[in-house]
Design a protein around this ligand. Structure first.
Ligand SMILES: [Zn+2]
Length: 143
C-alpha cells in the first residue's frame, strides 16, 4: 500500500474554516476541546482523493466510528444505505434535533444509517450536548 499522502497545514485550516469549526457529522464544536481531524469522506482505502471536495472536518469520535465505511444499515429496515456525504448532502435534509435539542433524529435512510453507524446519540454525547446548551454552544444556529 502506498504511503498516506500528508495534508498540508494550510489545507487542514481551510477545511476547518469551511466547516465553521464543527464536526460535519455530529456538529460538535471544536471550541469545547474535542480533537478534530480531516476526514476523507470517500476513504483513501476506497481510492478517495485528498482534494477539498472529498475532505471534511470531523471530530475524532465520528472519524473513528466511520472508519473506512461509506454505508451502514438503516435501523428501520436493515437495508444497507450510504452514509451522509458532508460535501454533497445538506445536513438539515437528513438530520433534525429533537425537541430536547440533544438527541439527533435521522430524517432519511441516509440520516438514520449515519446516526446509527456513528453512534451520534451515545449517552455521553447527549450529556455533553446538555452542557453545551448551558454554555450557548449548542445546537448550532445554522441547523
Ligand atoms: Zn462528530
Amino acid at each position: 500500500m502506498p504511503p498516506r499522502p500528508r495534508l498540508t497545514a494550510a489545507l487542514r485550516r481551510q477545511v476547518a474554516a469551511r466547516a465553521g469549526y464543527r464536526c460535519a457529522y455530529c456538529r460538535s464544536p471544536q471550541r469545547v476541546g474535542i480533537p478534530m481531524v480531516v476526514d476523507h469522506i470517500l476513504p483513501l482505502a476506497l481510492a478517495g482523493s485528498s482534494q477539498m471536495e472529498n475532505l471534511c472536518l470531523a471530530c475524532y469520535r465520528c472519524n473513528e466510528l466511520k472508519g473506512a465505511r461509506i454505508a451502514g444499515p438503516d435501523p428501520t429496515d436493515a437495508q444497507m444505505t450510504r452514509l451522509f456525504h458532508p460535501r454533497r448532502d445538506t445536513w438539515g435534509t437528513h438530520f433534525l434535533w429533537q425537541a430536547d435539542r440533544v438527541t439527533l433524529a435521522g430524517l432519511t435512510p441516509v440520516g438514520r444509517a449515519t446516526v446509527t453507524a456513528l453512534r451520534l446519540n451515545a449517552s455521553w454525547v447527549l450529556e455533553a450536548r446538555q452542557l453545551w446548551i448551558v454554555l450557548g454552544l449548542h445546537p448550532p444556529f445554522e441547523d
